[in-house]
Design a protein around this ligand. Structure first.
Ligand code: ARG
Length: 544
């Protein structure tokens, strides 16, 4: 569908010869969009900016879309879209199932690595953030028509499983009767056992070898641990209402068979060298090397991630790989990407982005802890939110709080504020959606038709219509910058403009064509709010 800003940009560029860098106007008196193209051109040409602006304004063909263009201040060009054009654009939103999301011309294959909890461990708040943020990217990029492959890189491999399996066999534990919580408790027990009892530690090490060489009994117990953990993860995913399923599982163990080739290729290309018995890649003089194979012969987290890059590029044909993992792992990904680029597994045409994020803090400003002082599990966090609000609202509140702050910042888990139906919160947006739905229900009950926006006269109508026409752009921005808070900010603006519109423009109490047009504007707003919330992974209830 017609994207106004791109159309305006193209026409201006045809005359100016360079990107007009169109921006939403900062004040209503400057129109709807502004360009500083004349200032930039004048600078290069040594001409007077206002003269250049005048020339562009007289040559550009925008009569069909805009009111006569204005030159302002030192040479800005102000554009004001015709009301009839805005009305047409908003009417298009009404007939579009995606409310005006732009579908890309050349779809990419995008792998999103997110959630990634660890087998036999409780999910913690870091996994919560990754799950919510990654799910938002998945929804946004899918809506744009990209092929999205979700990769849930669960921690299902490593020497800890030798210890766990050995402990389970010795204690005669029935793993299938355990839940994730039970498995996590067992893990702590096994760990303590390992530390206290050198003989057990020795048997655990043998068990690692048995696991790696595929010993059936060992593998069977390992598989049971995965199964009970998976069930626990899925329960959390259901509770959160995210899209992840078993089909998205691509755990660390999947890459086992690729690890020897990773080693050989890194060694033969001279990129990795043996240092103190370990196979290492030294990237810079002053940082610790990336360890591909430990001195005991075991492969670590980095080796698996290198294999995963290869798999994603060669087998999945990724054009873009997005890793949604907490900020403390930034250095790890920097190293993995550098090595993968050097050895040629990650060609320039494939982008790899680590999207880090900050921690969740308690109201005391310190990392969030439960009442008894232990670290917070995902479940206890959701419990806390559900103590103060009904489930759909509580989940919306948690997700929105997570997405509406700029990702790299830590944020405070302030439950009361998060669930409030005022301010920049998830429930406020849900409420705006429910309220507009109620108006539409009333009108529908009267059997009125309203499928086009025909009259846009009031400033509040203009503001709202203009905002709605920008929905596609707001979604594009999230896809490009991977910053969900931009979409949150946009939707919050829609919701506040909607309430200004209610105040200034009676809807049900107006009459005739104005009434039908305002109802249509309401419906377009409802669709944008619903779709926008959906892209954030938040439900948009019709009633609240
Ligand atoms: N399981 C890891 C953790 O809990 C996160 C894995 C992230 N993804 C990756 N490809 N390394 O910290």
């Amino acid at each position: 569908m017609l994207s106004l800003p791109s159309l305006l940009s193209a026409r201006l560029r045809a005359v100016a010869g360079i990107d007009p860098e169109l921006r939403p106007a900062t004040k209503p008196q400057f129109g709807h969009y502004q360009s500083n193209v004349a200032l930039r051109l004048a600078n290069a040409e040594g001409a007077r900016p206002r003269d250049v602006a005048q020339r562009i304004v007289s040559e550009v063909e925008l009569d069909d879309l805009c009111e006569p263009l204005e030159v302002a201040g030192p040479g800005f060009i102000n554009l004001r879209i015709k009301a009839s054009v805005l009305a047409a654009v908003v009417s298009d939103i009404l007939t579009d199932a995606d409310a005006g999301v732009n579908v890309v011309a050349d779809p990419q294959t995008v792998v999103i690595d997110y959630s990634a909890p660890n087998v036999a461990k409780q999910m913690h708040v870091g996994h919560l953030r990754s799950t919510i943020i990654g799910d938002c990217f998945r929804r946004v990029l899918s809506a744009q028509g990209h092929k999205v492959i979700a990769a849930n890189h669960i921690g299902d491999w490593g020497t800890q499983f030798g210890m766990l399996v050995e402990h389970i066999l010795e204690q005669g534990v029935d793993v299938s009767a355990l839940g994730l919580e039970g498995a996590a408790a067992l893990y702590r027990e096994a760990n303590a056992h390992f530390k206290d009892d050198p003989e057990f530690a020795e048997r655990a090490r043998h068990r690692v070898v048995a696991l790696q060489s595929g010993d059936p009994e060992t593998r069977a117990i390992w598989q049971l641990l995965i199964d009970v953990s998976k069930a626990g993860f899925n329960e959390a995913y259901r509770r959160l209402g995210v899209l992840l399923t078993d089909d998205d599982l691509m755990g660390e163990s999947r890459y086992n068979d690729m690890l020897p080739a990773v080693v050989t290729d890194l060694e033969s290309s001279g990129i990795a060298v043996i240092d103190d018995g370990a196979l290492c890649v030294f990237l810079t003089d002053d940082e610790a090397p990336l360890i591909v194979r430990k001195s005991d012969g075991g492969f670590g987290y980095s080796a698996t991630d290198l294999a995963a890059v290869r798999y994603r590029v060669d087998i999945l044909h990724a054009d873009r790989i997005i890793y949604v993992v907490g900020a403390p792992q930034a250095h790890h990904f920097e190293q993995v990407f550098t090595v993968a680029r050097r050895v040629g597994w990650l060609p320039e045409r494939v982008s790899a982005e680590h999207v880090g994020f900050g921690s969740i803090l308690g109201e005391d400003g310190k990392p969030f802890k439960t009442r008894d002082g232990s670290t917070v599990t995902l479940a206890s966090l959701l419990d806390a939110a559900e103590e103060v609000a009904a489930r759909p609202i509580a989940i919306a509140a948690v997700k929105y709080a997570d997405l509406s702050n700029s990702l790299h910042k830590d944020y405070t888990f302030a439950v009361e504020r998060m669930v409030a139906t005022t301010g920049n919160t998830g429930p406020y947006l849900q409420y705006a959606h429910a309220r507009v739905s109620q108006i539409l229900r009333k009108a529908q009950a009267e059997g009125i038709d309203f499928d086009v926006v025909s009259v846009l006269t009031e400033p509040a109508e203009h503001t709202l219509a203009l905002l709605l026409s920008r929905f596609g752009e707001a979604v594009d921005e999230v896809a490009e910058t991977l910053q969900p808070h931009r979409l949150c900010g946009y939707l919050y603006e829609v919701a506040t403009s909607l309430s200004v519109f209610y105040e200034q423009c009676p809807v049900l109490k107006s009459e005739g064509a104005v009434r039908a047009s305002r109802l249509a504007l309401c419906r377009a707003t409802q669709q944008v709010l619903a779709k926008g919330l959906d892209l954030l992974g938040i439900e948009a209830p019709e009633r609240m």
